[in-house]
Design a binder for this molecule. Structure first.
Ligand code: B16
Ligand code: MG
Length: 218
């Protein structure tokens, strides 16, 4: 029986990918590295450090550990400049209504995000109270596609992995849900359509009972 929903953040609740892109682009230009919007696709759902390693890989460059850390810190300073301006109007359509309906039907809700900035983002969007638990990049050591973030979410909510539905827009996130023996709903990104249990283009008009039935047959 499904008892809980685990939500990814970037690409599911809010499109922070554009701000990640602006920050990585700014850093890349300063460093003379090539990086464009298509390259940015590979960074979705991936940890900050791994994202920079991908950018270095595209450019055939290597850096010391210390240099990588300093660059990641700089990128995050740029990213935070954008995030401080984030408004609740940027929440993707239908998500809050869906979470409200889910809570009223008794489903538990957790965030399962790679971002170390997720608490700030939830505050800016004024949706912190919607979550029973928040598991993010500050609480896990292994990045998606490792299932750690979602398994921890299930554990903290007090439910079994098989009782969870994960909402994800990235391939890494869908893989993490599958490895964790959870049901997966792909959101918005057509690239995940073939590997999730059920796909929605967005939450507008999505009905909790109908979705649970489609995903789990309950
Ligand atoms: P931060 P998600 C992910 O969020 C983003 O999709 C990814 O692009 C980013 O690198 C990662 O968070 C880490 O974010 O630099 O804020 O710690 O999709 O897992 O909610
Ligand atoms: Mg995402």
């Amino acid at each position: 029986m499904i008892r809980a929903f685990l939500f990814d953040l970037d690409g599911v609740i809010v499109d922070t990918a554009k701000y990640h892109y602006m920050a990585w682009k700014r850093l890349s230009e300063e460093l003379g590295l090539s990086f464009d919007i298509r390259d940015n696709e590979a960074l979705k759902g991936v940890s900050r450090r791994r994202s920079f390693e991908i950018i270095l890989g595209i450019n055939g460059k290597e850096m010391s550990d210390e240099e990588i850390e300093a660059c990641c810190q700089k990128k995050n300073d740029y990213y935070l400049e954008y995030i401080y301006q984030l408004k609740k109007e940027e929440i993707l359509p239908g998500v809050t209504d869906f979470m409200k309906e889910a809570s009223s039907l008794g489903y538990k809700i957790a965030l399962g995000s790679a971002s170390k900035n997720s608490r700030l983002i939830l505050e800016k969007l004024e949706i912190t109270p919607y979550f029973d638990e928040v598991i993010d990049g500050t609480k896990v050591s292994k990045a998606k596609p490792d299932p750690e973030v979602f398994l921890k979410g299930a554990e903290e909510l007090g439910v079994k992995p098989e009782e969870c539905i994960v909402f994800e827009d990235s391939l890494a996130g869908i893989m993490a849900a599958r490895k964790g023996h959870m049901k997966s709903v792909g959101v918005a990104n057509p690239e995940v359509e073939d590997c999730c249990d059920y796909f929605i283009s967005g939450f507008s008009g999505a009905d909790v009972r109908v979705l649970v039935k489609k995903v789990s047959g309950e």
